[in-house]
Structures are given as C-alpha cells and as structure tokens.
Write a protein that binds this ligand. Structure first.
Ligand code: UN1
Length: 498
C-alpha cells in the first residue's frame, strides 16, 4: 500500500495533511507524510472553556448512558482496526501485528469501561452514631488533559479517555508532536461514535496539536483538574510539580528501567522468547521494554550464547513486511542516543554485541541491530532509561543480590522473574521483593493487559491508568453522613450542649 492510500484509508483528508506548520515524517523511509495544522496557543483558553461547559452537562448524564458512547467507540474501533493499525505502523514504525495490537488495546479498554459504567461503586460505612448512615460516592471531577507519547500514540489516549468519559469527564488530548496523524484519525473515529450517540455536548472530546506551549496551557489551567502525562521522567518532573502547585491531580506514567531476573531453575527456552520480545519488540521503545537482565552465574554463559544466536537472526527492516520483527527507531536522534549510550557502556567496561546502525537493504530510516551488552556492574549508564533496543546483562550469585540489583535504579515501572522455584517467585512478589508497579513471574515485563492498573513507582511517577480501580483517579470522592434520627450526637462522644 502507498503512504497516501494508508493515510486515506484511515480517514485523513488533504485538508488534514497539508497547509500546516508541523511536518510529519514516516520513520519507515523518512517520507514526508503531512504538514499538520497546529492549535494556536491563543485558542487554548477557549477550548478549555468549551470542555468546562461540556462538563456541566456530561456529569449529569447517567453513567451507563455515558458507557454507551464508549461502547460505540469500541464498535467504531473494531471496524477501523486494520486501517488505524496500519497508520500506527506508518507513523511510528511498529510492525504490523504491534500496530494492530495497539488498536486492540483500545478496543479492550472500551469494553472494560463499558462494564465499569455500571460499576462506579461507592461504599456504605458503619456510622458510630445511632440513626446515622455514612456513604462514599464517586462523582465526575472535570476536564481531563491527556498528554501522550509517540510510542503508544493512540492506546494511551484510550486508556485515559475511556475511563474519563464513563466517569463523566470531558477529555482534551495533546498527542506527541511526532504522531499527530494517528491522533487525528482516532478523533475521526471518536466523531463517528459521537454522531451515533446523538446528544453528547460539544467539546466533550477535543484534540489539540502542537508543542510545549499547548501542553503548558493544559498543565497550568485550574480548569483541568486531572492531567495525565506519559513520557520521559524529565517531562514528568516539570509537569507533575506544576499541576500539584495549582492543586490539580497529575497522573504520571514516566520512564521505566525494567529488569528480568533469570534464576538457575528457569525454563530457558521460554525465557529466551520472553527476553527477545521484551527487549527488541517495538524496537525497544515501550516504557515496559526489557532493559536489564539479571542472570544467575551458573546459567549466564548458556543464556548469553542463546541470546546472541537469537539476536543474530532477527529480521530487521520495513515494519509492514511479513516476517519483520524489528522496525525503525522513531528518528535519527533516537538512534544517536542509542549509539551514545553504547559508547558510554563500553567506557564502563561493557562488552557490546550488535548495536550497529543498519543502512543496507533498508529504506532511509533509523534502523539498528539490537544490542546485548555484558556489563561488569550496574553503572550509571545502566541506571538510565534509553528508549532503544539495548539490553544490559548483569550477573548475580545470591538471590537477595538479584532483588537488590533489580530495585537499585531510579525507575519502578515493570519487572519480572523467570524461575520454577516457588520460594524465589513468591519472594520476588512479596513486600521485600520487586519495588515496581508491575511484577511478573515467567512472563516478560512488557505487553500488559488492560485489566490491571498500569504504572509504577519512584521516577516512573506513581500514576495508575487503565484497569483495576484506576478509574478512581478520574473522579472525586465524597463522604456523606445522613442523620435520620431526632437527635444530634457528636462523633467521638464530644459533648457540646447549649
Ligand atoms: C507504554 O509503553 O507507554 O504493557 C505503554 C505494555 C503495553 C503498554 C505500554 N500494554 O507494554
């Protein structure tokens, strides 16, 4: 399929693609895809006001009816899955099956949110006073700002939007400047769902396109009570304090430095498959990508040999081609950062296998061979997240040391262990085990299902999105006490008789 056919199939029109100031290039071959119109910063107050006014209507629509909108969105996404998936591939460079998988993740969260729209459960609480009833109720909170990253250009919006909408909140979305096209195409799909829904307020779902100034308008506005931001720790370090300073609620999903402990009893065939998908899938550009292997000394040489063999045969190239497993990095800057980190790792005493730019047999783009780096220790280089397929290999002797190494990085997103030893598996999951938001046994760190809460601790930012009770982050909690007696007893037995 030509690029223009992919763009057209995803519903993008010449007006979307021309006449603007933001240039979009495909990482597949560097082709110019579009010049997209940016939202003038001066318009942001109007757009935020529109969301605020949509809120006053949407919050009173019964939640199951709000769920109907998300159900329709799920239907439209099912119909558009192939076309939107292909656009994700074109704009981000993910292989076809991962582009489709990203849209499936959107469909899954819609299904989850539809069910949730009938389950925004509160509590009844036993009152200590006679003739009193206590309850906890969840209410809509207001416009939710979503700042998303290039690597999951549409799924992360859907995690936030599907929950925010059933929770009664409008959504304003600022996608990465690298991926406005998938965002525009997603809004078209949303518009179809809104049209079928019928009477949703204007301004319920808005898209704004542009750079830091546009993001700052959302970050700084007291009319955006929840701001969900996905991206680097550096970005979160700016956004989080600003939102907190105006008493807003940040939901931050920032860097990861995800490890796998491979214990002597591990099923190595399974471990190798999980390692390769975790480290080189999405060209190492998931926040959950596997970045560190912590391997027991007794199996280290065997595992490294198996991995170097597996790495040698990985098909790298056009992500649209059948059989390709590694597409390009998002841009040249990403490739340069990868090469820079490998130079640092060598200077730290690391032995690097792979990690070369690929220029033969591929279109112009930031194609690389994934790197496996045997490290003498967990140096400062290893402790940094690099958004590229670099896998550092570290060695351990005692199990406690493996857990200590796993935890001794600033980030705390995802983690895993391969072991058939129950004591090791349960210790890893215990309070004294992995300190990450996600901890897995005998599967890799990436590719989480939407049913669980997604996010992590420490420099990962502490936010939770997607499943479980992450919806509570998009609502305000109200505790109410009703006195149906003819007396006015005070709590804690306090006497205050007039
Ligand atoms: C991200 O990289 O920002 O768990 C999200 C995963 C995907 C989501 C990744 N479901 O790898």
């Amino acid at each position: 399929m030509t690029h223009s056919a992919t763009l057209a199939a995803a519903g993008l029109t010449p007006a979307d693609l021309t006449g603007g100031t933001l240039t979009v290039r495909s990482p597949i071959d560097g082709a110019d895809l579009a010049r997209v119109h940016e939202t003038p910063a001066s318009e942001m107050p109007v757009l935020i006001a529109r969301a605020k006014s949509a809120f006053t209507q949407w919050r009173t629509v019964p939640a199951p009816r709000r769920g109907e909108l998300v159900r329709l969105l799920g239907e439209e996404l099912r119909a558009a899955k192939a076309d939107l998936g292909a656009l994700v591939t074109l704009e981000v460079g993910k292989i076809t099956s991962e582009g489709l998988g990203e849209v499936q993740e959107m469909i899954d969260i819609c299904d989850f949110a539809v069910g949730l729209s009938r389950q925004l459960y509160g509590l009844t609480i036993a009152s200590e006073r006679p003739g009193h009833r206590m309850a906890e109720t969840w209410h809509p909170i207001g416009p939710v700002g979503v700042i998303s990253a290039f690597n999951f250009p549409v799924a992360v919006w859907s995690w936030n939007a599907a929950l925010a909408l059933v929770c009664g909140n409008p959504v304003i979305w600022k996608p990465s400047e690298k991926t406005p096209l998938t965002a525009i195409a997603t809004m078209r799909i949303m518009e179809r769902a809104l049209a079928r829904f019928g009477d949703a307020p204007q301004g319920l779902c808005q898209l704004v396109i542009g750079g830091p100034e546009i993001g700052a308008a959302l970050v700084d506005s007291p009319d955006v009570p929840v701001l969900s931001a996905t991206g680097s720790t550096r970005m979160g370090g700016i956004v989080g304090p600003k939102v907190a300073a105006r008493w807003g609620r940040p939901i931050l999903e920032l860097g990861g430095n995800n490890a796998m402990i491979v214990a002597p009893s591990a099923d190595l065939d399974m471990a190798v498959r999980a390692i390769v998908f975790g480290a080189v899938g999405t060209a190492g550009q998931r926040c959950t990508s596997l970045r560190r292997l912590i391997v027991h000394r007794s199996i280290r040489d065997d595992l490294v040999a198996r991995l170097t063999k597996a790495y040698a045969s990985l098909p790298i190239g056009d992500p649209r081609a059948e059989g390709t497993l590694i597409g390009p990095l998002i841009d040249e800057a990403a490739r340069d950062r990868m090469m820079h980190q490998l130079t640092r790792a060598r200077a730290d005493g690391g032995t690097v296998h792979g990690g070369q730019p690929v220029t033969q047999g591929v279109s112009p783009g930031a194609y690389v061979t994934p790197a496996l780096v045997e490290m003498p220790a967990q140096t400062a280089t290893v402790r940094e997240e690099t958004f590229a397929p670099i896998l550092y290999v570290l060695t351990y002797d005692a199990f406690d040391d493996a857990i200590a190494l796993q935890n001794d990085v600033p980030q705390g997103l995802s983690s895993c262990i391969f072991t058939l030893n129950l004591r090791e598996a349960e210790t890893f999951l215990s309070a004294a085990g992995s300190d990450c938001g996600i901890a897995n046994v005998n599967i890799g760190p990436s590719g989480a299902e939407i049913g669980g809460a997604f996010g992590g601790e420490k420099e990962t930012g502490g936010g939770r999105e997607s499943g479980s009770d992450a919806w509570k982050g998009y609502m305000r909690r109200q505790t109410s006490t009703v006195n149906y007696s003819a007396h006015l007893p005070l709590a804690q037995g306090v006497r205050f008789d007039l």
